[in-house]
Ligand binder design. Sequence first.
Ligand code: ADP
Ligand code: MG
Ligand code: ZN
Length: 192
Amino acid sequence: MFHRALQGFIEVVCGSMFSGKTEELVRRCKRAQIGRQKVQVFKPRIDDRYSKDHVQSHDANRIASIPVDSSRQILELVDDNTRVVGIDEAQFFDEGIVEVANKLAYRGMRVIVAGLDMDFRGQPFGPMPKLLAVAEAVTKLSAVCVVCGAPASRTQRTVGNLDPNSTVAVGAKEMYEARCRFCHEPDTHGEN
Ligand code: ADP
Ligand code: MG
Ligand code: ZN
């Protein structure tokens, strides 16, 4: 079988908080725009830390984005002439995001997905394991451990949560910090 649109593929950018996932997503999308490719960036509406209509890194790099309530909405909102689809904070999406990313790639689009590979307990986060499995290319970034300075792969929650069963507590520097495996305390978050 011959496909006319042979260029579709999925790239995943993962790592802990502060590892530069959003920075990298913004960088890749801006380069595509320089190449005059139409880019659309989506993020879950739950993530409104900085802005409703932009994806923004902790270092203030940003690009316009469309907030959506479900993965299905992305399919409805992607334009036919879009060449690159960026998705930030993918860990917050429903499992349907995997099929959505696959569909867009089969349509010939370059799909760039950024998200946390682990939650603050060190467990695989939402649909990320499946996205990593189906992607053509995976980039795992590290932050800097704020305790010892080693490369940080994990996210430490530094304040307690109202709902102890929830892994979803959107926040930035005030609630989380980057730590390496050995400085990460998965069962401690601000209580002691
Ligand atoms: P992510 O999307 O992965 O959470 P961002 O792209 O938003 O990360 O932010 C990355 C930026 O965060 C870095 O360029 C740096 O300026 C800043 N930063 C703050 N704390 C750290 C840390 N502990 N390790 C690395 N970068 C950090
Ligand atoms: Mg980010
Ligand atoms: Zn450390």
